[in-house]
Every structure is written in C-alpha cells, then in structure tokens.
Design a protein around this ligand. Sequence first.
Ligand code: HPA
Length: 237
Amino acid sequence: MSTPHNNANKGDIAETVLMPGDPLRAKFIAENYLENPVCYNNVRNMLGFTGTYKGVPVSVQGSGMGMPSIAIYSHELYNEYDVSNIIRIGTAGAVADSVNLRDIVIAMSASTNSAYANQYNLPGTYAPTASWKLLSVAVKMAEKNNCSYHVGNILSSDTFYDDFDSLAKWHKMGVLAIEMESAALYMNAARAGKNALCILTVSDCPFRNLSTTAEERQSSFRTMMEIALDTALEISK
Ligand code: HPA
C-alpha cells in the first residue's frame, strides 16, 4: 500500500510521528536520536524514518513548508497509516514582546489567515486547538528541560513575504509567534479524531529584525526535539 506522496507500507510508521518542516532535519533526528532507524519514504525526498527512542517506536517525517504541504502528509498519516499522534517541531518568528530568540513556543491554539477551514463549511469560526493529551505532557517535559518556554496562541500564516504588514494587528491580540503550518495540522487532527501538537523554536524576531545563526538554531532545535521525543515516550506509557 502507498499513497501519491508516501511509499511506506501500512505498519511501517509508528503511532507517534515527529514532523519537522525540513526532511533533512527528519534525517538528522533519525540518525542522532533513534535506534535502528529505517527510511520508509523517499517520494519527493520527503524523507520519513521509523526507529525506536529508548525502546519505544517513533517515526519522524518532513512536512514541507506551509499548510497545503503539511495537510497532505498529515492527512495521509492519520487516515491511511493509522498514526494517532503528530508532533510538529518547527521554527517560528516572535510576535509577542515577551518571546525572544531561541525560546520554545508550545502552540495551544493556532489562529490563521488561511481559508483551510472553508472545506468544512462550518456555520462560524473554527478554533484550531492542540490535543490536551500532548500539550499537557509537553509542558511537563519543557518544565523538566528547564528551558525558556511559552504556551498560547500562535498565527499560522499563508505568507512568509507579506505585501501588507498585518503582524501588528495579531500582536494586539496576544499572538505569541508566527509560522505557517500548525492550524492545518490541528484541523486535520480534529477531523480525523486524532492528536496533534506543535512545538516551535523562535528563529527570528520580525519586529526587532533579529535572527539566529545556524549554530544557535542547531542547539535550540535540540531542546525542541528532546521535548518532543520525551513527550512521545511519556504518552506511550
Ligand atoms: N514568518 C512565517 N513563518 C516563519 C517565520 C516568520 O517570520 N519564522 C519562521 N517561520
């Protein structure tokens, strides 16, 4: 069995999948954190691996950038491969004044300027929300990790290069950070009756014109990866 975007067989993918945007980051996690990783997907180079973390099966697969891309891969994982939990691990720009470079943001909810929810034809505004099961455990793991973290609402935007500067308006509403994937992931999880969480590392501050160096990104990414892996381990117990 395979899908148009994934040539894994059923059973190749673990119940919990970590999803970085970049497939090479998926490879990095597989090679540095998983025992006996096996690559299950190479369609479009959107690499996916399954191994074990401290003995527990975990998969890690790239999502690509933006809501259409993560929506395709997460839809197939939830609906074709019986995946129960997806934990996105990605980067974000700081929006709230309290959020600094390299901080961790755990997305309790994801506002969006995308029309992704239109497909559900809801008679109102949907609020894309993280799974409490994953959120509550991830917060405990972040606490244990002693890192600087925030939990709250983020913005999933359809644009990275925005012609109109709308960020000040989202800032007024207390949005913590901006990225491009979480709202669609949360909606796919809800529609499939599954679990999702997004854990983000702040890689830039659009308001303060700051960004992290490649080296800094690497070490703060490690914190985020470890929180996600420890969450995967804890929920398997
Ligand atoms: N905007 C959108 N997505 C992002 C950003 C940003 O500033 N930083 C990291 N992902």
